[in-house]
Design a protein around this ligand. Structure first.
Ligand code: NOJ
Length: 509
C-alpha cells in the first residue's frame, strides 16, 4: 500500500469517529441554524415594486442554461410563505435562521434614491415572526443578486460598487439593526467574482477569466470591509451585534505526494482560501504574497502594464485588516489537486494556478457533480485556518448535501452526522466555532441547476400552487441532534410526524 493511501484511510477512520468511542456533546451555547438565500427561495421576482436582479435578467434571457428550465420567478414562494418557513424552523428547534436580503427588493434602482416600502415590510415581517419564537435572524446582505441597473454600469467590476454596497448596507442597518444581531456582508466572494465575471457560468455571465474576476475581487472585498466598518462605527456601539463574511472554504488535498503536486496544492490553497482570508486575518494584511507575485509576473510577461490582480493601497490594506468578527465557513466538499500539464487560455485563473482537479473514487457522490462526501476536509480546513491565522472565531454558515426528490434522504442524514463529527473533532482540537448552519432549510433554485439538485431538509413540491413543504428524514435527524446535542449514528425517527419544540413567547400563549 502506498503511503498516501494509508494516510487517506487513517484520516477517514479518524474523522469518522474511530479515533475513540467517546460521546461528544455540543456545548449549550453552540448554535444550530438553517439557511436560504433570497433569489433561491423568495420568488415574487417583480412583486410589489421589486427591481430586477442580475439573476432575473440572466435566467430570463438564457433559460437554456438552467438544467431543468426552472428559474427563480416563483421558486419556493417564500415571499408569500414566510410564516410557514418560520413554522418549519420551529419544528426543527433551531436557534437561528440565516437568510439574505434581495438588494433590488428594497432598492429597485440599486441606489438609496428610492426605497421600496413593501420590500422593507417583507423583511420586517420575517424578522418579527422569527423573534416572536426566539429564533435569531442572521442576515446576509448580499447573496449573488445584484440590482441589474448596477450591472448595466459594470456591476462589481466598477470601483463605484464599493460605495453602492456601503450605501445599501446603511439602508439595511437603519431598518433592521435594532433587532438583528448577526450580519454577513457578502456570501462567497469567490462565486461572486470567479463564476460571474470569470468563467461566466453564473449571472451576469461575463467571461473574463484572469481579469474581470480579479477586478471584481478587489471591489467585493473592499465593499465587505466598508460595510463592516460602517456597522462598527455607527451601529455596534448601540446594538452590539457582530458582522462577518461567508467564504467558500472547501478543502484541497494533493493527488499524490510528489513535490510538484504538493506545491500545486499549496498554490491552489493560496488562490482559493488565502486570497480571501489573508487580507482580513493576517497581521500583515493584503493579498497573499505568493498570489500577488505570481499574477504580477505573469501579467508582465503577457504585456499588461499592471498586475491583473489590482493592488491594494496602504489605506485599503488597513481597512480590510481585522474586518470580521467571525469567519463564515461555507464548506461542502474536498478536491484533489495536481500540477497541470495542459494549456489553458491566457490569461485565465486556471492558467495562473496551473492545476487540475479531481475526486477520490471512494468519496460518496451526491446529486451534484462537484459535491462528494469527504468529512475530514472540514476538520482539515478549519485546522489550516487556525494554524495560519491564529484560531479565529468561526460560524459554519453553510454545509449540505444534494439529492433528487423524495423524503427518504438517508444520504443527507448521514452527511450531516459525519460532517458534524468532523466539526466536533475540530472543536476538540481548539477551533473556536460559534455554530453550524444546515444548507438548506428547504429545496430551492440551485442557480443554473434549477430544481434538479435538491438541498432541502424540507422537500418543496414545486408543482403545487402553495409550494407545499414536507420534512425529509434528515429534518428529523437534525431536530434530534439539536435536542440531544450529541450525534447518534444509527438513530432513526419512529414516525415521520414532526412537531414544534421551539419555545413559545408569552405573546403567543
Ligand atoms: C453555496 C451557495 O452560497 C448557495 O447559494 C448554494 O445553493 C450552495 N452553495 C449549494 O451549491
Amino acid at each position: 500500500m502506498n503511503s498516501s493511501l494509508l494516510i487517506f484511510i487513517l484520516n477517514i477512520l479518524y474523522v469518522s469517529g474511530w479515533r475513540d468511542l467517546k460521546v461528544r456533546r455540543f456545548s449549550d451555547d453552540f448554535l444550530f441554524g438553517a439557511a436560504t438565500a433570497a433569489y433561491q427561495v423568495e420568488g415574487g421576482w417583480d412583486a410589489d415594486g421589486k427591481g430586477e436582479s442580475i439573476w432575473d435578467r440572466y435566467l430570463h434571457e438564457h433559460p437554456e442554461v438552467i438544467a431543468d428550465g426552472v428559474d427563480g420567478d416563483v421558486a419556493s414562494d417564500s415571499y408569500h410563505n414566510y410564516k410557514r418557513d418560520v413554522e418549519m424552523l420551529r419544528e426543527l428547534g433551531v436557534d437561528f435562521y440565516r437568510f439574505s436580503i434581495s438588494w433590488p427588493r428594497i432598492l429597485p434602482t440599486g441606489l438609496p434614491n428610492q426605497t421600496n416600502e413593501k420590500g422593507v415590510e417583507y423583511y420586517n415581517n420575517l424578522i418579527n415572526e422569527l423573534l416572536k419564537y426566539n429564533i435569531q435572524p442572521v442576515i446576509t446582505l448580499y447573496h449573488f443578486d445584484l440590482p441589474q441597473k448596477l450591472q448595466d454600469l459594470g456591476g462589481w467590476t466598477n470601483e463605484l460598487s464599493v460605495q453602492w454596497f456601503e450605501d445599501y448596507s446603511r439602508v439595511v442597518y437603519e431598518k433592521y439593526a435594532d433587532r438583528v444581531k448577526y450580519w454577513i456582508t457578502i456570501n462567497q466572494p469567490s462565486t461572486v467574482c470567479v463564476d460571474s465575471y470569470g468563467s461566466g457560468v453564473f449571472a451576469p455571465g461575463i467571461k473574463s477569466s484572469g481579469f474581470g474576476d480579479y477586478l471584481c475581487h478587489k471591489n467585493v472585498m473592499l465593499a465587505h470591509a466598508k460595510a463592516y466598518r460602517l456597522y462598527e462605527k455607527e451601529y455596534k456601539p448601540k446594538y452590539q451585534g457582530s458582522v462577518g463574511i461567508a467564504l467558500s472554504l472547501n478543502w484541497a488535498d494533493q493527488l499524490t505526494n510528489d513535490t510538484q503536486n504538493v506545491e500545486a496544492t499549496d498554490l491552489y490553497r493560496e488562490f482559493t482560501l488565502d486570497l480571501y482570508l489573508h487580507p482580513i486575518l493576517a497581521k500583515s494584511g493584503n493579498h497573499p504574497a505568493a498570489v500577488r507575485k505570481l499574477v504580477a509576473r505573469r501579467s508582465q510577461e503577457q504585456g499588461y502594464k499592471k498586475s491583473r490582480l489590482p493592488e491594494l493601497s496602504a489605506a485599503e490594506v488597513e481597512l480590510l485588516k481585522g474586518s470580521a468578527d467571525f469567519i463564515g465557513v461555507n464548506h461542502y466538499t474536498t478536491v484533489l489537486v495536481s500540477k497541470s500539464n495542459k494549456q489553458h487560455p491566457k490569461p485565465s485563473l486556471l492558467d495562473d494556478m496551473g492545476v487540475d482537479l479531481s475526486y477520490r473514487t471512494e468519496w460518496r457522490k451526491s446529486h451534484s457533480e462537484w459535491l462528494r462526501s469527504a468529512p475530514y476536509g472540514l476538520y482539515k480546513v478549519l485546522m489550516y485556518v487556525n494554524e495560519k491565522y491564529d484560531y479565529p472565531k468561526f460560524l459554519i454558515t453553510e454545509n449540505g448535501w444534494s439529492t433528487s426528490t423524495g423524503l427518504g434522504d438517508q444520504s443527507r442524514a448521514d452527511n450531516i452526522r459525519e460532517y458534524l463529527l468532523a466539526l466536533q473533532l475540530a472543536i476538540e482540537d481548539g477551533s473556536d466555532v460559534m455554530g453550524y448552519t444546515a444548507w438548506s432549510l428547504m429545496d430551492n433554485i440551485e442557480w443554473i441547476a434549477g430544481t434538479s439538485e435538491r438541498f432541502g431538509l424540507y422537500e418543496v413540491d414545486f408543482d403545487s400552487e402553495e409550494k407545499t413543504r414536507k420534512p425529509r428524514l434528515s429534518a428529523f435527524v437534525y431536530k434530534r441532534i439539536i435536542q440531544k446535542r450529541i450525534l447518534e449514528p444509527d438513530w432513526l425517527p419512529e414516525n415521520l410526524e414532526i412537531s414544534i419544540t421551539q419555545k413559545v413567547t408569552r405573546e403567543e400563549l
